[in-house]
Ligand binder design. Structure first.
Ligand SMILES: [Zn+2]
Length: 197
């Protein structure tokens, strides 16, 4: 039995004297011992918290990457859709949809301007009725010149189709597969248009 008694203080590691036999810790050491125990527990918790944070950050990063890839796919599909819209309207000899001015195709002055903006109506960003060749001036500096755009759009595609656009508020989340397919579709449609000239 004697041999199982602790010979040293659990905190300061000093050997117990004969009088202290049977103790596990010096009474004077208890506060320091508990403080050290608490500090150790906090260090462990801090390590665990940091590990958890690292995992969460990695998950966030993956989510951001996923989002980025979708936004990149949208931009890519939009680029090819817009190129098709411009070529469609160039071949048709259309003027700027909102100002009615003859478009200058020689430089970089023609946009594919959306009637309902891609920001406000993302579900119509690849709708051919919703997008027409427009001078950069009107698209950029006159915020799309919506009033004149509407008048000319009715003349071009008819009130019924304009109202269909205006009443279309279905929320749509573009998927990876859709965006890849849209890009391929408009690469093909543009090629076909250019081949026809
Ligand atoms: Zn001690």
């Amino acid at each position: 039995m004697l041999s199982r008694l602790p010979t040293r203080c659990k905190h300061c590691k000093e050997r117990f004297t004969a009088e202290e036999r049977g103790m596990r810790i010096h009474p004077a050491c208890i506060d320091d011992f508990l403080a050290a125990l608490k500090a150790k527990k906090e260090r462990v918790q801090e390590r665990e918290r940091k590990a958890k944070q690292r995992v969460e950050r990695a998950v966030d990063r993956r989510k951001r990457e996923e989002l980025k890839r979708i936004s990149e796919l949208i931009a890519d599909a939009q680029f090819h859709f817009n190129a098709f819209i411009r070529e469609r309207d160039r071949q048709a000899g259309h003027p700027c949809i909102s100002s009615g001015r003859v478009l200058n195709w020689s430089g970089n002055a023609v946009d594919a301007g959306h009637y309902r903006s891609t920001g406000a109506a993302s579900h119509l960003r690849f709708d051919e009725d919703n997008c027409h060749a427009q001078s950069k001036h009107d698209n950029k500096w006159l915020a799309g010149n919506a009033v004149d755009y509407r008048i000319a759009l009715i003349a071009r595609i008819g009130l019924e189709r304009v109202e269909a656009l205006e009443n279309n508020n279905q929320v749509h989340k573009w998927t990876r597969d859709e965006l890849i397919a849209i890009k391929a579709l408009y690469v093909g449609k543009l090629k076909q248009l250019k081949g026809a000239t």
